[in-house]
Design a protein. Structure first.
Length: 191
């Protein structure tokens, strides 16, 4: 636990509420000062960049790379440019011009189990511990994500009961199989 977390734990509920409110207001002001707005879900980030009315895709210079994003009008300084907070899946990430006044960028995260603190690493961070995701059903998730969530839930439940996790069970099963194979093969040599 960090010194900051330790100090926070010593605050009264009223002091915590005041500190949280001040942090939210500071964070909101920092985010409002950015040249774009953004939101995220566990698997994706959506960025909305205002551009002059009448802007078309051919007027833009948009660079999307695994760890880099740049958006600007051709021949001018980029509106935003820098290293992304985390890697994206290029093949699933897109951008489009909406109503000739916004560039909408959809970024698919490589790590779908991590909240981003910011879009570009040099921009102000948000407190990811305070994110309250929308409620979702396991059935809403794609197969791979659902499998990861179910595994995490199972492992957590097993740990709480003092039982082996799925990985530990897998290792035990492999050892048992190897032991059986070796014991059968040694029996063959005895014949």
């Amino acid at each position: 636990m960090s010194a900051q977390e330790d100090e926070y734990d010593k605050l009264t509920p009223e002091e915590r509420e005041a500190k949280d409110k001040a942090s939210r207001e500071r964070e909101a002001a920092e985010q409002a000062a950015l040249p774009y707005t953004w939101k995220q879900e566990l698997g994706e980030v959506d960025v909305n960049v205002p551009v002059p009315k009448g802007t078309r895709a051919r007027d833009l210079n948009v660079v999307l790379q695994k760890k880099k994003l740049s958006v600007g009008l051709k021949g001018k300084e980029p509106i935003m440019s820098g290293e992304l907070c985390s890697e994206i899946k290029l093949e699933d990430s897109t951008w489009t011009v909406e109503d000739q006044q916004f560039v909408q960028i959809h970024l698919e995260k490589v790590n779908k189990m991590q909240w981003w603190e910011n879009v570009l690493t040099h921009h102000p961070k948000i407190d990811t511990k305070k994110i309250q995701p929308e409620n979702s059903q396991l059935s809403d998730l794609d197969g791979e994500t659902r499998g990861m969530v179910e595994k995490m839930m199972f492992d957590n439940q097993q740990r709480q009961m003092g039982k082996p996790t799925s990985d530990e069970l897998k290792k035990h099963e492999v050892r048992r199989t190897v032991h059986l194979i070796l014991s059968k093969s040694s029996n063959l040599f005895l014949l």
